[in-house]
Design a protein around this ligand. Structure first.
Ligand code: GLA
Length: 344
């Protein structure tokens, strides 16, 4: 197991650091303190050929431009809060409006756009990086000083663990997620439509045209959202006006459990996702339109990557029937997500 650290740029007077992790099978994960970002992830195919399976940029500067959260840590609140407001403890809090009238992915300057403190960590069978960030009271409209930690660990079982911790000094809302765009075919395929996806969720949260949940919970059976049995992402995508961008209610609520499994038939690469979170946003890269040129100058067109974002349900602060996202002083928010790689 190896870890290497270097400084690649300066941002607001602070060093932009890159950490390269590698395990004995050659899996390589590159992390960056700006946005506590996963910059790249090299994984072998069935012939042992390593390729980067995530979308992103070749240089730090790319991440400062038009960046739809490539590989980022998203917070304080991943996904949307309707009307960019909530009431907590009898007081109304107004948040940044950065998607029409709504709040998306933590606001104008969410956790994906801040510099995190970073340092290497390791134990007998893994190497990694611990990122920490103190989000001040009032940031993007949220109450409470929120102390956050995200630890990425790569181990010898070809797993990348993402462990989240947060504490606050006043009641607030927290919903942290990871926002990598994957294409398990690497550069072999321009889109992810042939990837076979399984999501262990019998239900989802229907949403309005702005992707704000209506508050209902419905069965996936008989809809294009039924991924209980593996199916190609592209098979029924055409039945949805805008593609997939839905929050699934995972069958397992509480405890680390398999949430999704993705197989890329040509390369044989398989990614399993385990999480303790109750929801999973599946986004099929609908807003990518070819204007972004990413790694190797490659244009990222529609559906060139997919995201599986373990999280609490969107708009939970305004939906008391959803699992709560309230964090109070003295409590510890904890969450774990594991990406595991294998081949078939
Ligand atoms: C999430 C959202 C999408 C989109 C992307 C970023 O996946 O659900 O609607 O905002 O992030 O472009």
């Amino acid at each position: 197991m190896k870890i290497e650290e270097r400084t690649v740029a300066e941002y607001h007077g602070r060093p932009v650091k890159i950490f390269d992790l590698e395990n004995e099978h050659g899996l390589k994960a590159r992390l960056m303190n700006y946005g506590a970002t996963l910059v790249s992830l090299l994984v072998p195919d069935r012939a042992g050929h390593l390729e980067d399976i995530t979308l992103g940029y070749d240089s730090f500067e790319g991440y400062l431009g038009n960046n739809p959260y490539f590989g980022a840590t998203v917070g304080r609140f991943a996904n949307r809060i309707g009307g960019a407001r909530f009431v907590l403890g009898g007081r109304e809090y107004l948040l940044a409006r950065n998607e029409g009238p709504n709040h998306l992915h933590g606001g104008l300057k969410g956790f994906d756009k801040v510099m995190w403190e970073a340092g290497p960590v390791s134990d007998s069978h893994s190497v990694g990086v611990r990122f920490s960030y103190l989000s001040p009271d009032g940031e993007e409209g949220y109450p409470g000083n929120l102390d956050c930690q995200v630890t990425y660990l790569l181990n010898e079982n070809d797993e990348l663990h993402l462990a989240y911790l947060a504490t606050t000094d006043r009641p607030t809302h927290v919903n942290l997620t990871h926002h990598s765009y994957f294409n398990l075919a690497g550069s072999r395929k321009e889109n992810i439509l042939e990837h076979e996806l399984q999501i262990i969720a019998s239900r989802f949260t229907p949403a309005d045209e702005h992707l704000i949940p209506t508050g209902e919970i419905k069965e996936v059976a008989g809809t294009p959202l039924d991924f209980l049995k593996p199916q190609a992402i592209g098979r029924r995508l055409g039945e949805l006006a805008a593609g997939y961008d839905h929050n699934f209610v995972l069958d397992s609520q509480g405890g680390l459990a398999l949430a999704a499994r993705v197989v890329e038939p040509e390369s044989g690469r398989v990614m399993e996702l385990y999480t303790t979170e109750p929801g999973l946003q599946f986004y099929s890269g609908n807003f990518l339109d070819g204007t972004i040129r990413g790694k190797g100058g490659r244009p990222y067109g529609r559906h060139s990557g997919f995201c599986l974002e373990p999280q609490h349900f969107p708009d939970s602060p305004n939906k008391p029937q959803f699992p709560t996202t309230v964090l109070k002083a003295g409590e510890i928010f904890k969450s774990l997500t594991v990406f595991k790689f294998l081949v078939v």
